[in-house]
Design a protein around this ligand. Structure first.
Ligand code: FES
Length: 66
């Protein structure tokens, strides 16, 4: 499924960019050699970044509780 239709960036590519350290939507697109065009995908990419951060924080708290 495409997240960014302008650049043909898929969900898994967004996730790989986040895993590689992309901290905002522009960095996610830049990781794959793109830049925003219409900007419609930026809120969705930002939500993916937020969800990834929340997941990592939850994992860290579970490890700390052990
Ligand atoms: S859908 Fe990503 S820039 Fe247009």
């Amino acid at each position: 499924m495409y997240v960014c239709n302008c650049n043909g960036v898929r969900q898994r590519e967004v996730e790989s960019a986040i895993a590689a350290g992309a901290a905002n939507p522009r960095q996610v697109l830049a990781h794959h050699g793109h830049q925003p065009c219409c900007g419609q995908c930026l809120p969705e990419i930002a939500a993916c970044i937020g969800a990834s951060r929340a997941c990592r924080q939850e994992e860290a708290s579970l490890v700390a509780a052990d």
